[in-house]
Ligand binder design. Structure first.
Ligand SMILES: [Fe+2]
Ligand SMILES: [Fe+2]
Length: 379
């Protein structure tokens, strides 16, 4: 095991506390030790050089089976379709904003916290595109490369870009949230980056995106349901529209891993096991607002307690992917591959048992969030 150097630790603390050090900010011990231990054992560019050929050989397959999942711009929704129309005469535009504020005024504070956290996660899109382009064999080498992998990842980015734009504008118009603190959080998060433990390895990268796209589909689906229950059908439509995009993206990434399992079962099975051993970390785990050293953990608690994204969902997603990829029936594995298969196929019940025990111990918490003007929420 490699040990983390002082220089790496200082850089990491710098990142976690914001790239401009904030003297008032306390360190984040839990995250720091967890990420430090991940980084201390991390490797980069672990895929064997000859595996690049696997991705090259799949280019015509990707053109036929992945690119059709990109939606043409002319038939795609845009944030404009779901927001008050600023091209209208001022009184009509004001009327639309007024109606938006009437719809959002009864939404519970804890719901807004989760929606803001989801929106901030979407807003860190430059980090995600950078990360995808670092995956060996599938990155966009020129910035406008025409390989199907690059065409897909740029189209994916363009589609994703609307998610943060739409949610952020809607929340801004609602007047219910502290935009300055939200903008600072986005600024800090983009400066901090992320660490997913995928080693620039596209096998692990596509396992991660399969899981994560489904997680965002589940999460936006739940914020849609809660918006409807909270009296805002337009916000429900917004979250539902974003969830539908996430579902289509999940389909693309799940298909890629399915194909990799067919052409290279052991390598792919081992990548799935490695990612599950490391946990699929939410990509905004370096989130902070310059005030609350536990912001990300508190946001995660809020998402868990509101039922927007829970440990049960994590286990459900794992079970879904095991079924979808038919991992239990996978053949032609080496002994290492079989061990990876056994580990992954037995993991979901263990996660559920751990969660049940954690739920039994859980007690009510008072949490304060700068995003809602430091109001307290009880979770
Ligand atoms: Fe998204
Ligand atoms: Fe997504």
């Amino acid at each position: 095991m490699l040990s983390i150097s002082t220089q790496q630790r200082v850089a990491l603390e710098w990142n976690l506390n914001g790239y401009q050090p904030c003297p008032k900010l306390k360190p984040r011990p839990q995250i720091t030790s967890k990420i430090c231990s991940m980084i201390s054992t991390s490797k980069t560019h672990t895929m064997a050089q000859e595996k690049v050929e696997v991705f090259k050989s799949l280019e015509s397959w990707a053109t036929q089976h992945v690119l059709p999942l990109v939606k043409p711009v002319e038939i795609s929704w845009q944030p404009h379709d779901l927001l008050p129309d600023s091209s209208l005469p001022l009184d009509e535009f004001n009327d639309q904003v007024k109606r938006l504020r009437e719809r959002t005024k009864e939404l519970p504070d804890e719901y807004l916290v989760v929606l803001v956290g989801d929106m901030i996660t979407e807003e860190a899109l430059p980090t995600y595109q950078t990360w995808i382009n670092k995956l060996d064999g599938v990155g966009d080498e020129t910035g406008s490369s025409q390989t199907p992998w690059s065409v897909w990842s740029r189209s994916w980015t363009a589609e994703e870009n609307r998610h943060g734009d739409l949610l952020k504008t809607y929340l801004y118009l609602s007047g219910r949230v502290d935009m300055l603190m939200i903008e600072k959080t986005i600024h800090y998060l983009l400066g901090a980056g992320m660490y997913l433990g995928t080693e620039n390895n596209p096998y692990m990268g596509f396992v991660y995106t399969s899981f994560q796209e489904r997680a965002t589909f589940v999460s936006h689906g739940n914020t849609a349901r809660l918006a409807k229950e909270g009296g805002d059908p337009v916000l429900a439509r917004i979250c539902g529209t974003i969830a539908a995009d996430e579902k289509r993206h999940e389909t693309a990434y799940v298909k890629i891993v399915e194909k990799l399992l067919e052409v290279d079962p052991t390598e792919t099975m081992m990548a799935i096991a490695t990612m599950m051993r490391r946990n699929i970390t939410m990509p905004a785990h370096f989130m902070q607002d310059g005030r609350d050293p536990h912001l990300f953990e508190n946001f995660s608690v809020a998402a868990q307690r509101l039922g927007v994204y829970t440990a049960g969902d994590y286990a459900d997603i794992l079970e879904y992917l095991i079924r979808r990829w038919r991992l239990e029936k996978l053949e032609n594995l080496t002994s290492e591959g079989k061990r990876a298969q056994e580990f992954v196929c037995g993991l979901a019940p263990r996660i559920r048992r751990l969660q049940e025990r954690a739920d039994e111990r859980a007690c009510k918490m008072d949490l304060t969030f700068s995003w809602i003007f430091n109001k307290k929420v009880i979770l």
